[in-house]
Design a protein around this ligand. Structure first.
Ligand code: LCS
Length: 402
């Protein structure tokens, strides 16, 4: 009984698993590279598509398929296409939907390497890109060119926390005859369903919320239609950026608790964001659940919650931010996000260091921006941790800006 009408937490626990011949109650790890054919005719039938069984793990595997079906169902799309990393998912989409001489329009505050892949690598094949502030959909319309083949947005964006109106941008992209791709990593399918809002493709770094336990790197792409799936899936197979069965098992296991993890962490995030906003040392806080966030109303309409990510800047700028990052004891100073453990990092010198300063500033990533990924620890402990770290801000930095 696994209908799409079931609640999201029911689907998180059950979707993708259809039983196992051994009676296992969840999907086992089919740790095998290849699958035996019953005879030569069977092998030929599998390759010819007359039999949809398994051939070779790069092409498909029962453990990976369980995860792909589950995420596909959560996103209300086709079965997902699981990849070795989130960048694998981004690569598939770019390579499938762009061609020599093509142009794409993308969010300026996109994850740094998603921009780098176009500017440093695809540019060698004549691909051009325009990065704009997609919080104003009119900027997308203005950036379109006759050779624009794809609109790619990240919402909420990493780490500027800018929210883009998916429905409005989908309308603009479709009127131009090109697909809209949404990096849904920061929201997860629990909080936002881009395909329901008009996007053609949703993708994730499953390293983050979907897995949620900071123990694997992975990605997934979900197409809205069969036709789009037929454009994308062959790229995963050809590039060889498939997920591994053990990796898929861990992600599928982590995914079951996505709802309870997000509900808990986002209630903590709201408290921490309010606490930060009230502190005299803080210059600004960007949490989409705060009414002060410029796209708070839009986020309320297109998401079912505000998530767990907070960006803030201290009045003492980078120097003060460093003091906090060096003195937190419960939050861990590390990149990545979306796990059960709270992480803190400095995008300008870490995750987004590969971007030029000009591009970072354009994307809202100021030198002093600190990113905080709220975990599921007790919020009183997280606040106490920040409070003691704030005491380490040298009084000499005062309100000086770096
Ligand atoms: N998309 C977004 C929005 C991301 O935040 C990341 C990784 C990726 C794609 C790529 O996924 P990966 O290949 O790493 O699985 N973001 C990271 C971050 O903010 N810190 O470390 C990685």
């Amino acid at each position: 009984m696994k209908s799409k009408k079931q609640g999201i937490n029911t689907r998180l626990v059950h979707a993708g698993f259809h039983g196992d011949p051994t009676g296992a109650v969840t999907v086992p790890i089919y740790q095998t590279s290849t699958f035996a054919f019953r005879n030569a005719e069977h092998g030929a039938a599998l390759f010819g598509g007359a039999d949809d069984g398994y051939i070779y793990t790069r092409l498909g595997n029962p453990t990976i398929k369980a995860l792909e079906e589950c995420v596909g169902e959560l996103e209300n799309g086709q079965r997902g296409i699981a990849t070795s990393s989130g960048m694998g998912a981004v690569s598939i989409v770019y390579l499938a939907l762009l061609e020599k001489g093509a142009h794409l329009v993308s969010t300026a505050s996109v994850y740094g390497p998603s921009r780098g892949l176009v500017e440093k690598h695809l540019s060698r094949f004549g691909v051009e890109a325009t990065f704009v502030d997609t919080t104003d959909p009119a900027n997308v319309r203005k950036a379109l060119r006759p050779n624009t083949k794809m609109v790619y947005i990240e919402t909420p964006s990493n780490p500027a926390m800018q929210v883009t109106d998916v429905q409005a941008v989908a309308g603009i992209a479709h009127a131009h005859g090109c697909p809209l791709v949404v990096d849904n990593t920061f929201a997860s399918p629990y909080l936002q369903k881009p395909l329901d809002l008009g996007a053609d493709v949703a993708l994730h770094s499953v390293t983050k919320f979907i897995n949620g336990h900071a123990d694997i790197v992975g990605g997934i792409v979900v197409a809205k239609t069969e036709e789009m799936d037929r454009r994308l899936r062959p790229l995963m197979i050809a590039l060889g950026c498939n997920m591994d069965p053990h990796q898929a098992y861990l992600v599928y296991r982590g995914l079951k608790t996505l709802g309870i993890r997000i509900e808990r962490a986002q209630s903590g995030a709201l408290e921490i964001a309010r606490w930060l906003e009230a502190r005299p040392e803080v210059d600004w806080v960007r949490y989409i659940g705060l009414p002060s966030h410029p796209q708070h109303e839009l986020a309320k309409r297109q998401m079912s919650g505000f998530g767990t990510m907070i960006s803030f800047e201290l009045k003492g700028g980078l120097e003060a931010g460093r003091a906090v990052m060096d003195n937190v004891k419960l939050a861990t100073l590390a990149v990545s996000l979306g796990g059960v453990e709270t992480l803190i990092e400095h995008p300008a010198s870490m995750t987004h260091a590969g971007m030029s300063r000009e591009h970072r500033v354009e994307a809202g990533i100021t030198d002093g921006l600190v990113r905080y990924s709220t975990g599921i620890e007790d919020v009183e402990d997280l606040v106490a941790d920040l409070e003691q770290a704030f005491r380490a801000i040298p009084s000499t930095v005062g309100s000086a800006r770096v």
